[in-house]
Each structure stands twice: as C-alpha cells, then as structure tokens.
Design a protein around this ligand. Structure first.
Ligand code: AMP
Length: 208
C-alpha cells in the first residue's frame, strides 16, 4: 500500500504514520526527518535546506523530489510506504505521479487553534525522534523513552509557526482538491485523542 499523509503542521501526520508503518510493516518516509538528518550531518543538501527550514519556508521542489526518488529505490519500499510531509506542493505531487502509484491520501483535519497549541508545546528528542507535548511530560527536560535531553524545534517557535501555517494554506492545501479529483482523498479527524484519531485513520483507509 502506497500512502500519503496530508495535513497542516502539527496535525499528527508523524504520530499516525509511525504507528501505521509499524502495523503494516512498511516504512514511514518523512521528508522533514530526512532533511533534519542532512542538517545534523552538515551535508551540502542540509546546509542549503536549513535556511528554508528555520524560516518555516518550503525547501525547493527539485531538492525534495530528488531526495524522495532516491529513497523509493531502497529495498524496504518495495511492499509499500507512507509519505509523511510529502508532497507539499502541486509541483511535487505532479512529479510523484511520474514515478509512483499512490493508493490513498489521508487528510487529517485540525483547526488552527489546536495546531498552534500543539506546536508551541511540542518538544522532540534528537536521539529517538520521539515527539511529546509539554503538558503530558512529567519531566519537561528529558525524553521519557530514551532519557536524552529534549529540544524545541526552531521552526516550532511562535513566529515561525504562523508562517508555516500560512505556507501550508498557500502551497499545500491545494493538494486536497488535487487528490480529491483523482478519487484518492480520505478525510479523518485530527483533533480527538491520539487513539481515537488513529482509529479514524484506520477506518478512513479501510484497514482492519
Ligand atoms: P516537517 O517535519 O514535515 O514539519 O518539515 C519540517 C520542514 O522541512 C518544513 O517546514 C520544510 O521547511 C521542510 N520540508 C519537509 N518536507 C518538505 C517538502 N515535502 N517540501 C518542501 N519542504 C519540506
């Protein structure tokens, strides 16, 4: 099954994509995680991408498309995959059409208010990639999974969050109509509890 998870930043795409990837035994492909690993390793791509990421802007399409095309050649993608955060522009979606067959696009629906609350309270673990909300952390400093020091992503700072929402509206939201016209779009609620939302995702995708 080749899936795309669509939705604004903070909608829960990563959380549900990781869980579904474990359930189905297919990889979750997060272009954001791939870019952050390039930034950490200070590759040419990472150095180029960092300026866009820190500002909450999108990394240029050709960089992303090349990166994804290469990733799909890995052996673990042969039985399917879940895109998380890709495509993010119509140009990326059109490019993807030329080298992949997508079975369904899951669109998570969340209001701006909820997104702003989630992103401003989000803390991530650079070691295990875990994502947590300050509200639910007993120890606000340390990863409850691996004990590493938690950090706030630079692009989760309040002024950048507003820009990311604006970028989402202008550049990514048109993909909802794009995939609806292809008959691939499935909608799910992203505002309830993680478990309720995940069940909604499974239902929307007809997965038992
Ligand atoms: P994410 O972790 O998906 O929120 O992505 C973090 C940042 O990486 C975004 O704000 C963009 O700067 C960049 N990024 C991730 N995926 C893409 C994409 N498909 N196209 C362009 N930029 C991306």
């Amino acid at each position: 099954m080749n899936l795309i998870f669509l939705g604004p930043p903070g909608a829960g795409k990563g959380t549900h994509a990781v869980r579904l990837s474990q359930q189905l035994g297919i990889p979750q492909i997060s272009t954001g995680d791939m870019l952050r690993s390039h930034v950490r390793e200070q590759t040419d791509l990472g150095i180029e991408a960092k300026k866009y990421m820190d500002a909450g802007e999108l990394v240029p399409d050709d960089v992303i498309i090349g990166m994804v095309k290469m990733r799909l050649q890995d052996a673990d993608c042969k039985n399917g995959y879940i895109f998380d955060g890709f495509p993010r522009t119509v140009a990326q979606a059109e490019a993807l059409d030329a080298f992949a067959d997508i079975d369904a696009v899951l669109n998570l629906i969340v209001s701006d208010e909820v997104i702003i609350d989630r992103l401003s309270g989000r803390r991530v673990c650079p070691q295990c990639n875990g994502t947590f909300h300050l509200r639910y952390l007993e120890n606000k400093e340390l990863c409850p999974v691996c004990g590493n020091k938690l950090v706030q992503r630079k692009d989760d700072l309040p002024e950048t969050v507003l820009n990311r929402l604006d970028v989402y509206r202008r550049q990514t939201q048109p993909l909802i109509a794009y995939y609806d016209q292809k008959g691939l779009l499935r909608n799910a609620d992203g505002e309830g509890s993680v478990d309720d939302n995940y069940n909604g995702v499974l239902q929307a995708l007809d997965i038992q």
